[in-house]
Design a protein around this ligand. Structure first.
Ligand code: NAD
Length: 341
């Protein structure tokens, strides 16, 4: 078990901690390993030929990367591809990292906002609570709603999936009236792309709510596609100066027309942030959760002899495995590769 020197320093883990847990800390150049456990990205050069890797691998965004791993004979498991089922909950790294992102989005936005979030009764007058609007109520959105509520803001949420209404309301937020579509949710719980009519109806319904919000947090994603546009430039321009937008979808095309990945821009006095790696701001807890997700998957994949047991009839193994035996085994990745060739 080898850990690169300094790997945990930003998360508050010392090399000593890894040594005490029985690992070897390696100061040298990266070595090929039979099994690589990583956050990502991982290339074929990191893994021994015929070895295996468990990592975030962005299979839908980088199908060629999966083909390269397969070509090198590597067995690859993508954390993104683990099914969102009750059985696989302990392995669900998309959820654990989205929890960090949703929490951090509120803190990052609040830090930019020239106002308090809670109501305050002071000798210098009563301060009204800030209004926070969260668009997209999946794991990150629901965590953002809960966090903003704990900080005392008045919170509203919206999602295209009707099932999200109850979850938003159970956190003490109001559900913004906008179009919802039963058909938007696929068997995996994910939203799909919406029609042009629905898109227009969404923009019309959201405009007044965005204009009234002090802080807008957008988290809407459609796996394997560009993120839906929910906040146009015109909508940003209608917000009060000093307001803040935090766009968690900036890296996948953006929910806000003004946002740019990994940048903070000020447009018409409105601060628009496009953070791409919020979980690293709570690196300690993000790492704790991620390591438990990886160990849980690894335990699921290994037989009593400690070797990988490749049971492709098992729902979790079949979904998470994207490359095996020299071939890309994920149908969605194969389809993307064919589209691109
Ligand atoms: P995600 O990151 O893919 O997307 C975030 C949210 O954006 C989703 O709620 C989605 O409905 C919403 N969205 C997409 N397009 C939109 C649009 N045009 N307008 C408004 N909202 C839009 O989602 P996620 O957080 O990864 O969750 C995906 C699904 O998995 C959800 O249904 C969630 O409840 C489910 N889930 C299940 C489990 C489990 O059962 N173990 C665990 C985690 C998540």
């Amino acid at each position: 078990m080898v850990v690169p020197a300094g790997a945990g320093s930003a998360a508050g883990f010392r090399d000593e901690d890894y040594r005490n847990a029985g690992a070897e800390v390696d100061d040298g150049p990266a070595r090929e390993a039979d099994l690589v456990l990583a956050v990502g990205p991982v290339t074929a050069g990191d893994v021994a030929p015929t070895g295996a890797v468990i990592s975030f691998l962005d299979p839908l965004g980088d199908p060629a990367g999966i083909a390269a791993l397969a070509g090198a004979g590597i067995t690859a498991f993508a954390m993104e591809a683990i099914p969102r089922t009750t059985l696989a909950q302990s392995m669900d790294a998309l959820s654990s990292q989205a929890t960090s992102a949703g929490y951090e989005a509120v803190l990052a936005g609040a830090a930019q906002l020239p106002r308090f979030l809670p109501m305050m009764m002071t000798a210098a007058g009563t301060i009204r609570p800030a209004k926070v609007l969260v668009l997209g109520a999946g794991v990150a959105g629901l965590t953002a709603i809960a966090t903003a509520r704990r900080l005392g803001a008045i919170v509203a949420g919206y999602d295209i999936r009707p099932a999200a209404r109850e979850q938003v309301e159970s956190l003490g937020a109001t559900f913004v009236g906008g179009p919802v579509e039963e058909s938007a949710e696929d068997a995996g719980g994910y939203a799909g792309a919406v029609t042009e009519d629905t898109r227009q109806a969404q923009l019309e319904a959201l405009a007044t709510h965005v204009a009234a919000a002090d802080l807008v947090i957008t988290t809407a994603q459609v796996p394997g596609r560009e993120a839906p546009l929910l906040v146009t430039t015109e909508m940003v321009e209608a917000m009060a100066p000093g307001s803040v937008v935090v766009d968690l979808a900036a890296a996948s095309g953006g929910n806000c027309e003004v946002s740019a990945p990994d940048r903070t821009v000020v447009h018409h006095g409105v601060t628009v942030m496009g953070p791409v790696d919020l979980p690293s701001r709570t690196a300690g807890h993000s790492s704790d959760m991620y390591s438990r997700n990886v160990v849980s998957l690894l335990t699921h994949l290994t037989g009593e002899d400690g070797m990988l047991a490749m049971d492709m009839d098992d729902e979790i193994t079949a979904a998470a495995c994207v490359a095996h035996d020299g071939a890309v085994v994920s149908e969605r990745v194969r389809a993307l590769l064919e589209e691109g060739s």
